[in-house]
Write a protein that binds this ligand. Sequence first.
Ligand code: SAM
Length: 236
Amino acid sequence: MLRFDVITIFPDFFREAFDYGITRRALAAGLVETKVHDLRHWCTDKHRTVDDRPFGGGDGMVLKADPIFAAINDITGFRRRGDYPKDTRVVLLSPQGLVFTQSLAADLATIASQIVLICGRYEGVDERVAEALATDEISIGDYVLSGGEPAAVVVVDAVVRLLPGALGSETSATYESFSDGLLDYPQYTRPPNLEGLHVPDVLLKGNHAEIARWRREEALKKTERNRPDLLKDSQV
Ligand code: SAM
């Protein structure tokens, strides 16, 4: 059982976020559990203040560290990064983080039994959270979102589908994009002719060796066209 704890100032964002498809099935099968926590629960002042002005000046507001420290202590049972067991990961979602990849998703799916996801807002999160609490600082891509909530949904989805038993067939994830350093091959379904757009002949003939060869070639072509950087890093 892998447990996700999401810390956010907008818990309603997640009301239905995990109620679809593979995540829903994994929840129903008891492979995962998701808990969404309102950061305000750990604010002690009358107004339940989650943010404050940045030291040194500058635009906007910063999420305060102290409620996040209290939240992590309650949720994990530990006060600092060095105290967590190896299978606890505390992820700070941030555009300044390591870019999230399939291999990082696989690492989390293999190692973790608890993943805490901290969603930032405004100008970001007091850096002491990255310094003392986060085991991982993760960005879902080189762009800036208004908050970590969409990124948390991305991380949960990508990790859950890699858990043994989460996909209908155990082998499905093996053939997806990135699993072998290439993008996936093109897929087609009925009808074979759509307004003059034909499904490639090779897929209709049932010769499995030829189909496998064609798919490999097409995967390579697509990777060359859309993601040549993947070919540089891979052994293919
Ligand atoms: N001032 C920050 C910067 O320029 O690096 C951006 C803060 S952003 C507006 C607010 C929050 O959205 C961040 O604290 C983070 O939690 C989340 N966020 C934004 N972009 C993200 C990304 N690419 N990946 C993950 N989280 C992101």
